[in-house]
Design a protein around this ligand. Structure first.
Ligand SMILES: Nc1nc2c(ncn2[C@@H]2O[C@H](COP(=O)(O)OP(=O)(O)O)[C@@H](O)[C@H]2O)c(=O)[nH]1
Ligand SMILES: [Mg+2]
Length: 231
């Protein structure tokens, strides 16, 4: 009897995405970015995804990277029973009379980039219902011409090699599989999907963690810039 054993290393020989060694360029870019379009004061990035995905933590992580120290301005929720982030329903469009409904949004009020957020350790565990909702939101954004990006969070929880060394993140075979699956389920191209580890208040600053956050953020800004330029 012939038995074959196929073993593949948990790490790819080449990273799927190269993250700059120095954060200076990306940090300078992010800090100095201002929309050129005179009708827009801020670039608006909408994060969406299931409760507990790490949306609030990502906002805090960006804040931490920009301030150079770990902050925690947006409440996060470890139990994930309830969310501090707003809930919304793509099936039910906002209407006149809704407390936060704005019948004539200006370009400055509108969303310029949509970011789907999913925990890397739960990609296979999310229900069909969650995927359906994520897809609906993404397609609605696509139909409005809004660029879409995605981040997979909690990368160190999903992969032991990444927990050991965060620099392995784009080499992780397991994470590559999660990104491929995510891309297929959501219908989003691979180059728009980023891997991040969020800062938690117990963490201290780390250049490699910041590099991943900055890399994702820079691309979000780039996509938003293109969108505003095309209008
Ligand atoms: N280990 C780890 N935990 C994370 C990461 N991102 C978020 N969390 C934790 O996941 C929980 C839910 O995060 P939160 O930001 O509140 O999710 P939200 O509901 O999408 O806003 C919190 O306990 C966070 O500390 C990450 O990258 N790694
Ligand atoms: Mg939240």
């Amino acid at each position: 009897m012939l038995t074959s054993l196929i073993w593949s290393s948990p790490l790819l020989s080449q990273p799927r995405r190269t993250v700059p060694k120095s954060n200076k360029d990306n940090l300078d870019f992010v800090k100095s970015y201002k929309p050129r379009n005179s009708k827009v004061k801020h670039l608006r990035i909408l994060l969406h995804g299931p409760v507990g995905a790490g949306k609030s933590s990502f906002i805090n992580s960006v804040d931490s990277v920009l301030q150079g120290r770990v902050t925690g301005r947006v409440p996060t929720d470890a139990t994930s029973e309830k969310s501090f982030t707003e809930q919304f329903n793509p099936k039910r469009q906002m209407q006149t009379g809704d407390p936060s409904y704005n019948p004539s949004p200006t370009l400055d009020d509108k969303v310029h980039v949509l970011v789907s957020v999913i925990p890397a350790d739960k990609v296979t565990l999310l229900s069909d219902e969650v995927w359906k909702k994520m897809r609906e939101v993404r397609l609605a954004a696509r139909d409005m011409g809004i660029p879409q990006v995605a981040i997979l969070t909690k990368v160190e929880k999903a992969c032991a090699e990444v927990k050991e060394d965060i620099n392995n993140v784009y080499k992780s075979r397991y994470l590559k599989e999660q990104v491929d699956m995510f891309s297929e389920l959501l219908g989003l191209p691979l180059n728009c999907i980023f891997l991040v580890r969020n800062y938690e208040t117990k963490n201290s600053m780390n250049d490699s963690i910041s590099a991943l956050i900055l890399c994702a953020l820079r691309h979000m800004i780039d996509y938003g810039k293109d969108y505003l330029k095309d209008l």
